[in-house]
Design a protein around this ligand. Sequence first.
Ligand code: UDP
Length: 253
Amino acid sequence: MARRKKIYEGKAKIMYEGPEPGTLVQYFKDDATAFNAEKKATIEGKGVLNNRLSEFFMSGLTQVGIPNHFIKRLNMREQLIRSVEIIPLEVIVRNFAAGSISKRLGMAEGTPLPRPIVEFCYKDDALGDPLVSEEHIIAFGWANQQDLDDMIALALRVNDFMSGVMLAVGIKLVDFKIEIGRIWENDFHRLIVADEISPDSCRLWDIETGRKLDKDVFRRDLGSLADAYTEVARRLGVLPSNVTHAPKPTLIN
Ligand code: UDP
């Protein structure tokens, strides 16, 4: 098969030119990184799981009318998506304190927040994706006021959907990150959810035990990341029958 043109390679995914204008093929790698890529590993099967999980969440968003980039899954590691102009912001929604907000404000992890809190970080690896305010976003032209209002509304709708889906399988959605892109139609644009939604970009805690089922397992060395993601996929009923992260057979001399 003729190899597609690579458009961009990130830490966990590769984008290839799509079959039609306005489309891309998104390939999920097995690579895991944390702390701005200071910590790296290859986790066998992660890409397959995240491809499936992102398909599951994005298709669910479509079903409840939340616009997103997902078109269809192509194979174990690839999905066809709409090409968007990515807004250079990470949009984070938090329901409970954890991670950076706990550190920044001295709040114990797991503290319920009075309401979902939306934060923005400027996407720049060299700067470590710094937290920015709405003032920064408008002043530096990363988005206008209308985009900002739409981004917050979109993020909160995704939060309601994701919280409900996870609650139904005994998982608490502590926080998550999404990326949002613009789709142009003549001189007008609208915003849609892009990138991925997977345990790489969410904090997911088992409601009963508090067990972490997300990338913190890797960040904090809490055990097998593949086991945690497999558990999420299994509970959601999206585990492909032929995925396995069993150890490779060893040659006996
Ligand atoms: N997150 C992400 N990519 C990033 C930073 C954060 O997907 O580059 C996700 C992270 O997995 C968590 C949420 O956004 O679900 C909030 O992350 P936080 O700000 O607490 O950052 P961290 O603790 O990872 O530094």
